[in-house]
Write a protein that binds this ligand. Structure first.
Ligand code: PLP
Length: 469
């Protein structure tokens, strides 16, 4: 196997035109995003990545506790996944022929199904979490003949037009309406609201993240999923779990729904880590009977298909990723390191009660939530949202302190801005956990938070006002 390919035109251009990078990105990709990163103080450029670390253009190294929203569960550029991809390329295997029932795709599906309870064995492959969730919405309607689909507040299922109806962030939805009709959001953790919604017997599916990722690392309350499964079955609705972020070992079990003993969902969406951090791979795994109801008849066999489903490089990455997770004991490591991280965060919350409001999460999907800087004076409703905004700015300020002064990469929750998320690769070590906890302690122990938050808010909100018509 040769990994020493001649330099491509793209790599040459990257080397020669490195200095133009930010300007080129602004010109051809997403100017607003580049500007946001700069204003927030995150405008670094990384040139290399390996294991737990990113390296920037000055040769400085950063401990990655975001792991690309969890994509890099195996660490960056895992050698075994790279080797599997090289081997697949060198094999000359055909891909995307569209005229065969591909053995390669079937082997990938078999490997994924083997990680799930018996019966969950029909796999639709795609390239992202949003696509997997779109497939889930179509499945629910096709299998049940019903239209209503329930989600949960603060969930995140992607930004494509269908699942956008389940995004609990009005500012990010309102310009794109009318959204898919029949989608509703339920109060988090409220079983009686769920029972009432399902009781009308017109619901196609409940869609739920067993541990909310962007919603602030929030596990569903104990027993909620089991009760949801019981109610869904009683009322003829499907239970669909979105494990795009919380699945594949991150919570200390292979799948996060397994924390609820005996639970078997009707379908499961996965993506992010599935491609080993090197290939975009997503999948919706469906119970056989449900799949038969939706797509079993030959006339429906082409109703949900995409050109790039289950290609050779995707299958090579997926197959190797599942092997590495198992053989390197990464699920067990996530459980052990997650317990250490959770204990350190709890100690931090006790040490900094005036800034930390809550710590929560499961395994290596942990969040630390900050107080509204006004000490809750703003109350609930619209004013409460302003409180969330000030807490969100505080979380951003902490994240920036970790990056600038400790070389640790973190992010806040997209649907819960006051929560700083800690989602390292599952290969994380006890020393790395200690380093992050000590760094958090140092940042939270500083004075002058209020001025820093006001300055950050001024930069971000001021820039926004300049642009808004
Ligand atoms: N579902 C969950 C739980 C997610 O966290 C995300 C992305 O963050 C998605 C779906 C969408 O995945 P993608 O960004 O790959 O489309």
């Amino acid at each position: 196997m040769s990994t020493q390919a001649p330099e491509s035109a793209l790599l040459r251009a990257l080397r020669e035109r490195w200095a133009e990078g930010p300007g080129l990105y602004r010109q051809h990709v997403n100017p607003g995003f580049a500007e946001l990163l700069d204003l927030a103080g995150f405008g670094r450029r990384y040139v290399r990545a390996e294991g737990l670390e990113l390296e920037d253009e000055r040769g400085e190294r950063y401990l990655d506790f975001t792991a690309g929203y969890g994509v890099h569960a195996l660490g960056h550029n895992h050698p075994a996944v790279r080797a599997a991809l090289h081997a697949m390329l060198d094999s000359g295997a055909p891909g995307f022929t569209q005229v065969e029932a591909s053995t390669l795709t079937a082997l990938g599906a078999e490997a994924l199904a083997a990680t799930l309870p018996a019966g969950l064995d029909k796999v639709f492959f795609c390239s992202s979490g949003s696509e997997a969730m779109e497939a889930a919405l179509k499945l629910a309607r096709a299998a049940t003949g019903r239209r209503r689909i329930l989600g949960i507040r603060r969930s995140f299922h992607g930004t494509t037009l269908g699942v956008l109806g389940l995004l609990d962030a009005p500012a990010r939805r309102e310009r794109f309406g009318p959204l898919l009709p029949g989608l509703e959001l339920l109060q988090f953790g409220d079983r009686s609201v769920l029972a009432r919604a399902l009781g009308k017997r017109d619901v196609a599916a409940l869609v739920v993240e067993p541990v909310q990722g962007e919603g602030g690392c929030r596990p569903q309350p104990e027993g909620y999923l089991a009760e949801a499964a019981r109610l869904c079955r009683e009322h003829g609705a499907l239970l669909i779990v979105d494990e795009v972020q919380c699945g594949l070992g991150r919570t200390g079990r292979m799948w996060a729904f397994e924390h609820e003993p005996g639970l078997v969902p009707d379908a499961l969406a996965t993506a992010k880590a599935l491609g080993g951090g090197l290939m975009p791979v997503g999948a919706l795994v469906v119970r056989s009977e449900v799949h038969a109801q939706a797509y079993g008849a030959m006339r429906h066999a082409l109703d949900h298909k995409t050109t790039f489903s289950g290609g050779p490089l995707a299958m090579a990455a997926l197959h190797e990723t599942l092997r590495v997770l198992r053989d390197e004991g990464l699920v067990e490591n996530a459980r052990a390191r997650g317990a250490e991280l959770s204990a350190r965060l709890a100690a931090l919350a006790a040490r900094h009660p005036s800034t930390v409001s809550e710590v929560r999460g499961r395994g290596l999907l942990q969040g630390i939530r900050f107080h509204d800087a006004t000490g809750g004076l703003l109350g609930r409703g619209l004013w409460g949202k302003l409180g969330d905004l000030t807490a969100g700015m505080f979380a951003q300020h902490v994240s920036l302190g970790l990056l600038a002064d400790h070389h640790i990469v973190t992010q806040v929750g997209a649907c819960d801005l006051p929560t700083l998320k800690l989602t390292p690769p599952l290969t994380v070590t006890a020393q790395a956990i200690e380093r992050v906890a000590d760094a958090l302690d140092e940042v939270l122990s500083r004075g002058g938070h209020a001025q820093a938050v006001v300055a950050l808010a001024g930069r971000l909100l001021g820039a926004r006002q300049d642009r808004d018509p």
